[in-house]
Design a protein around this ligand. Structure first.
Ligand SMILES: Nc1ncnc2c1ncn2[C@@H]1O[C@H](COP(=O)(O)OP(=O)(O)OP(=O)(O)O)[C@@H](O)[C@H]1O
Ligand SMILES: [Mg+2]
Length: 267
């Protein structure tokens, strides 16, 4: 198993006024797993704790209780830095996740410099290869982020995420800021990369249409708790919890691959 999350609790201090000492419990006893080569969807309404869970999974924050293991290694207890190479992340806000003063070549060189210690000159072929993998040509190398469209810039962020050959990529609302037609293109790119490179994804979203398009399994998160797990997308229409049902009903029926449309038909 690639990623195992077991019995995670997480709370934050409420740091204002008389509520200073009060805590807000954001995640409660959350467990999930991710297998190699699969895409696990995490769906829930705003504030349900999805991004918090994502930050814990990639080790940028620590849980209060429970354990998170990547390839069997507890991420918060190891000193092995190579664990960081196994994980990448792509966020919703592509423009603020790149340095506006960096050209595309600099943005893509950054992880190669850090993890492989190569000079920019020696990384050039790899950088061009990364751009090509995400459907961009080398003519973009010397452009600045503001000279790219949103979809193109998100492709650059995906290229940066795959630069270290990660085992899994956390995609936190990675398509939410894009036009619907571009969303489908990016999802298709992600599906293609998953096949070619055997990468796994944790796909955080509030968009059930996107989940049916790309995910193999999905968990529903509500108020920090896992309320439902769907282990096979064919069973999506059989969700039991009223909240999951409501999400299904509310989701827009566009962008769904024809073969997945059947999952959508709920009683
Ligand atoms: N660093 C923090 N300090 C205090 N509270 C936080 C912090 N990060 C998140 N929270 C709170 O935790 C709860 C869950 O937030 P989180 O960002 O994980 O939700 P989400 O499901 O990703 O929502 P969205 O769909 O809007 O992105 C929210 O109530 C949020 O205000
Ligand atoms: Mg979020």
């Amino acid at each position: 198993m690639l990623l195992e999350v077991e019995n995670i609790d997480k709370s934050y201090k409420k740091s204002f006024g008389i509520m200073k000492k009060e805590k807000l419990q954001v995640l409660k006893d959350v467990s999930l797993c991710l297998y190699e080569g699969e895409c696990l969807g995490i769906i829930g309404e705003s504030g349900s704790g999805k991004s918090t869970l994502g930050r814990l999974m990639i080790g940028v924050e620590k849980a209060d209780a429970g354990s998170i293991r990547i390839d069997g290694t507890e991420i918060n207890k190891t000193t092995d830095k190579s664990i960081k190479e196994k994980v990448s992340v792509v966020f919703q806000d592509y423009s603020s996740s790149v340095n506006p003063r960096f050209k595309i070549i600099d943005i893509l060189w950054e992880p190669i410099k850090v993890f492989e210690g190569l000079s920019q000159k020696d990384s050039l072929n790899k950088i061009i290869g990364l751009l090509e993998k995400v459907g961009l040509s080398k003519e973009y190398l010397y452009r600045y982020p503001h000279q790219l469209s949103g979809g193109q810039l998100q492709r650059v962020c995906i290229a940066r995420a795959i630069a270290t050959n990660p085992k899994f990529i956390l995609l936190d609302e990675a398509i939410s800021s894009l036009d619907v037609s571009i969303q489908v293109q990016i999802l298709d790119l992600l599906i293609q990369l998953k096949k070619e490179m055997g990468i796994s994804y944790v796909f955080i979203t509030h968009d059930l249409a996107a989940v049916t398009y790309i995910c193999d399994r999905v968990i529903f998160l509500k108020e920090g708790k896992v309320i439902e797990k769907v282990d096979c997308m064919h069973q999506l229409s059989n969700v039991k919890d009223p909240y999951s049902k409501a999400l299904l009903h509310a989701a827009k029926a566009m962008n769904i691959r024809e073969e997945n449309y059947v999952y959508w038909q709920i009683s």
